[in-house]
Design a protein around this ligand. Structure first.
Ligand SMILES: O=C(O)[C@H](O)[C@@H](O)[C@H](O)[C@H](O)CO
Ligand SMILES: [Zn+2]
Length: 299
């Protein structure tokens, strides 16, 4: 019997915390605060946070095989050097869409950096629709585009056998699956594996566990849900003391802890009184399942 424990491990007041990624080598959690243009690294041992401020909204960060990180900044895939705090563009997308920015991103098992775009929001989930696309940055730095007409490109991950790509376009209120060809990075045969219920609100970030089940952070739903993509059933709901939960990843010892990011922006003064930890980093223990290490970008 395990007991679920939820604690705010870092009161960071993120305007929009996102993209939690566990870095085993440094016992740290990486994450971003999108509108604050910050990439943060929280050392779970010393409890200290380091941050690098970049020049545009930063929506995701990932490990890089040769050391350092990659990040999606504005509409650019960038290499991020933590030591000298520099970001160097590797590729730019959506050059004809001046109001767009990248959103959620993650590296596939072959080391390609997948990330999608969206129009900049005027308020949470309020934006010009169908402006986004899904892309990936290959190890040789060329970019491939998968599809357009995306509203809010969000959570993504791959099945344990690497044959399925899971993807969320938030305003479709659906978790979708594609067949995945790891050799070529091509996707096909889109279908929905789960439709969110009304009280679950907006699907946002997502990660997979070692049993092949999906964990989805529900923006405005104050929860993460565990889904079985094979049966289309929800297996578990874990509620958090904040409403704008944005993303989740596994980390810590043997990837047995879950880390959840959330947003503070869009919360009214009364909401902030009820949720003083809004924008913080949460750790969930006692789930009884583990995650897998993040894949590093191979370029
Ligand atoms: O965290 C993200 O992925 C977006 O950038 C956010 O802005 C919210 O998710 C969005 O407002 C709700 O859909
Ligand atoms: Zn997101």
């Amino acid at each position: 019997m395990s007991y679920i424990k939820i604690e705010c491990v870092l009161r960071e007041n993120c305007r929009c915390g996102e993209s939690p990624v566990w870095e085993e080598a440094s016992n740290s959690l990486l994450f971003v605060d999108i509108p604050a243009k910050k990439v943060c690294r929280w050392d779970s041992l010393s409890k200290r946070v380091q941050q690098v401020t970049v020049e545009a909204p930063v929506s995701s960060v990932a490990l890089r095989q040769g050391g350092g990180y990659v990040a999606t900044i504005g509409t650019k895939f960038c290499a991020l050097n933590w030591e000298d705090r520099s970001a160097v563009a590797l590729a730019t997308v959506d050059k004809d869409k001046k109001n767009n920015r990248f959103n959620d991103g993650k590296v596939d098992p072959a080391g390609r950096y997948f990330a999608g775009t969206m129009a900049e929001e005027t308020a949470p989930a309020v934006l010009e629709r169908h402006q986004g696309s899904l892309y990936s940055l290959f190890p040789d730095h060329h970019v491939e585009k998968y599809f357009d007409q995306v509203d809010i490109s969000n959570g993504l991950d791959w099945s344990l056998d690497h044959k399925i790509f899971y993807y969320i376009d938030s305003l479709s209120y659906s978790v979708d699956a594609f067949d995945y060809d790891l050799q070529t990075g091509k996707i096909s045969n889109r279908r929905s594996v789960y439709k969110l219920e009304k009280e679950e609100q907006i699907p946002d970030g997502m990660c997979i566990d070692t049993e092949g089940k999906l964990w989805v952070a529900c923006y405005n739903g104050g929860r993460v849900i565990r889904l079985d993509p094979e049966t289309g059933k929800r297996l578990q709901t874990v509620k958090l003391p904040v409403v704008k939960t944005t993303s989740c990843c596994f980390g810590g010892k043997d990837y047995s802890e879950m880390y959840v990011t959330c947003a503070r922006d869009g919360t009214d003064p009364e909401g902030l009184l009820q949720q003083p930890e809004a924008g913080g980093i949460f750790k969930i223990t006692g789930l009884g399942v583990k995650g897998i290490p993040p894949y590093p970008y191979a370029g």
